[in-house]
Design a protein around this ligand. Structure first.
Ligand SMILES: [Zn+2]
Length: 268
């Protein structure tokens, strides 16, 4: 049975309504549908390889090459090991079929933390280990960064989840799209808001241009490689797991669509 989250006031079923909404949205549906089907130009080829092989941190990187040339996008899940929606969706993205370019996916970036179901791994918060003008701080961070440098992505998307709601809970960011100055964060937030029901006004996505001097993985990719970079957050507050997964999946499809890896217009 699907677990349902009930709004205390009014008894509105939140999770299942939100989760079912995307299929009624033409734009979102086109992006998702384009992500899943092989393109007209032929089948993409997928290659899986271990990062940090032979270490406690060993994790799988998937490279999916579309038959047509195009940009390179990297998608990360599990930088925080207890944020399941990003991990689930990144595993799905590894099965997607871009129409152009190269899609690189690391579903369990901090694999030890993912296996333990904890935010941090053995060396603390991985998403604080990418400082400006220095090597990444840990073996895990260096191994991940080596892969990022090797692929030199045009686009980076890091998938997270928050607790709480911005404006209601002072310490939490709620539903948010953080983005580098050149990225299309406002457009992504607006597209995602189409999937947020009218009765959840505090769940509208806030787009925020990020300060590139910070120690987060997506900030380092923007700062040092010039990638258009995004950090996506959906919230556990009043959204069940299925709803969070759906919003995360939409975010991933939209980013790939906006940056030219998908041919959503060709979808009928
Ligand atoms: Zn996180």
């Amino acid at each position: 049975m699907r677990r349902r989250t009930i709004l205390a006031a009014g008894g509105v079923v939140v999770g299942s309504v939100t989760a079912g909404l995307a299929s009624r949205l033409p734009t979102a549906h086109r992006s998702l549908s384009a992500a899943r089907r092989p393109g007209d130009a032929g089948e993409a080829s997928t290659n899986a390889e271990p990062l940090l092989p032979g270490t406690d941190h060993e994790t799988t990187l998937y490279e999916i090459d579309a038959p047509r040339d195009g940009p390179t996008a990297m998608v990360f899940g599990g930088v925080h090991g207890d944020e399941r929606s990003g991990i689930v969706v990144a595993r799905q993205v590894a099965e997607w079929r871009p129409d152009a370019g190269t899609l690189v996916v690391v579903p369990e970036t901090n694999r030890v933390a993912v296996e333990n179901g904890e935010r941090e791994g053995v060396d603390g918060d991985l998403n604080r280990h990418f400082p400006a003008d220095r090597e990444p701080l840990t073996d895990l961070a260096r191994g991940i960064w080596d892969a990022v440098e090797r692929y030199d992505p045009d686009v980076v998307l890091d998938l997270h989840r928050s607790l709480g709601i911005r404006g209601l809970h002072r310490e939490f960011v709620g539903q948010a799209v953080y983005h580098s100055p050149d990225a299309r964060g406002e457009e992504l937030a607006a597209a995602l808001d189409d999937a947020v029901p009218w009765y959840l006004p505090f769940h509208r996505f806030a787009a925020s241009e990020t300060n590139l001097s910070g120690p987060l993985l997506f900030q380092k990719a923007a700062r040092e490689l010039g990638a258009s970079a995004y950090l996506f957050e959906t919230t556990e507050f009043l959204l069940d797991r299925e709803a969070r997964v759906e919003l995360t999946r939409l975010a991933a499809a939209h980013v790939l669509d906006m940056h030219g890896l998908l041919d959503a217009e060709g979808e009928r």
